[in-house]
Design a protein around this ligand. Structure first.
Ligand SMILES: [Fe+2]
Length: 383
């Protein structure tokens, strides 16, 4: 990153540069595919009926198609076949992080780009899932199963069908979040793939704990979170407004499903979005997210948060629950076997932000701070 300037908001801004890493994935000579946006995720669930109840009856996603073992879901504003595929299988996991590319020709680029990197690449003219045609799946250099496609069946955009919407309607797929041991290596690779960095979390030693990056003009299409990986941290759907998220909380309470709520509702520091994290019946994490900012200018400033800033993950200063840092979904290789998980070797964000006394709220000058100054009254400190 270029020189950082402290803003009146308490974080730093700089202009994006290639992220330095001592363990880079080689930059291919072949150009990367032109990615439009994150488009869908395919996840394996252990009980399709239980998952259908959660995603369709509780979260109100729209069913595009279904058969005995598979459910294809979309958000209300979506016009492509699906944003989420639930496939029943023996082990809950993620089978694909799928991105839409700008034209059919970009699939050739994807093949060349990943082949040069020595990655496993598989192309299917008939597609890997219903509703999608010619597609390329790869095991990327970070160990994640990724798909690229252009050809897709269009379906009705239900944005105007308010008669079908609940007060918690999920209107768009917003982003993925991936867990990886080496965030600078992963971020630099994603820059080579054409992603732009919008925000990150660092400490005074330049250790990078997480980074957010985009193709579309929002804060991100995916984020890299430091931890044992490759694993999937969450998939995020957007609502129009924050009151829609509060309705989802009220509904979960009314259904006596409050245990599904893992973290939030709250306001993020990073991204400035309003958020809620819920866990599905298999523990896959879903974020409900709304109202981040436009990031599409070429000189959009990169925001850097101090890992010791207690407002980086929650603008109101609420601590992050340990499960949010520690738990994530396995990812599969192209044969459907779980990818081995490598441990994070650098300092973990949880270790950096939870004091030795176990309180998940710290300040640099914490040593002789009073109980209330340490934030022990904050929600979550009893954990
Ligand atoms: Fe997120």
């Amino acid at each position: 990153m270029s020189e950082k300037t402290l803003t009146s908001s308490g974080f730093y801004v700089s202009q994006e540069a290639f992220v330095p890493t001592n363990n880079p994935v080689p930059t291919p000579k072949a150009p990367p595919p032109d990615i439009v946006r994150c488009a869908y995720m395919e996840i394996v669930v252990s009980n399709l009926a239980a998952s259908r109840k959660f995603y369709v009856e509780v979260l109100d996603l729209v069913v595009t198609a279904e058969d005995e073992h598979t459910l294809y879901l979309r958000s209300t504003e979506e016009f492509i076949h699906h944003n989420l595929v639930l496939r029943e299988g023996p082990m809950p996991a993620v089978a694909a992080f799928a991105y839409r590319v700008r034209s059919p020709a970009e699939l050739d680029r994807a093949v060349d780009f990943y082949t040069e990197l020595g990655c496993r690449v598989e192309r299917r003219a008939e597609g890997f899932t219903r509703g999608i045609g010619d597609s390329v799946r790869v095991e990327d250099p970070l160990g994640f199963p990724c798909e690229f496609f252009y050809d897709v069946e269009h379906v009705e955009r239900l944005a105007w069908r308010y008669d079908l919407h609940s007060a918690g309607a999920l209107v768009r797929l917003d982003h993925f979040n991936q867990v990886t041991p080496d965030v600078p290596r992963a971020t630099r690779f994603m820059q080579d793939l054409g992603f732009r960095v919008t925000e990150d979390i660092q400490d005074e030693h330049n250790t990078v704990y997480a980074a957010w990056m985009r193709r579309k003009s929002t804060v991100h299409d995916t984020a890299m979170t430091g931890g044992d990986g490759p694993r999937m941290h969450h998939i995020a759907f957007a609502t129009h407004e924050k009151h829609n998220i509060l309705f989802i909380c009220d509904k979960l309470g009314a259904l006596r499903l409050s245990d599904c709520i893992e973290r939030g509702p709250g306001r993020h520091g990073v991204s400035n979005a309003f958020y809620l994290y819920v866990r599905d019946p298999d523990g896959h994490r879903i974020e409900i997210y709304t109202q981040d900012y436009y990031s599409g200018d070429p000189d959009n400033p990169v925001i850097t948060w101090d890992v010791h800033d207690n407002q980086r993950r929650d603008w109101w200063g609420h601590p992050v629950v340990p499960s949010w840092y520690n738990e994530a979904s396995p990812v599969l290789d192209l044969d459907g076997n779980p990818q081995p998980v490598a441990p994070r070797t650098e300092h973990s964000e949880m270790a950096a932000t939870i004091g030795a006394d176990g309180f998940s709220y710290t300040r640099k000058q914490d040593d002789d701070a009073s109980t209330s100054e340490k934030g022990e009254y904050k929600l979550g400190n009893q954990l």
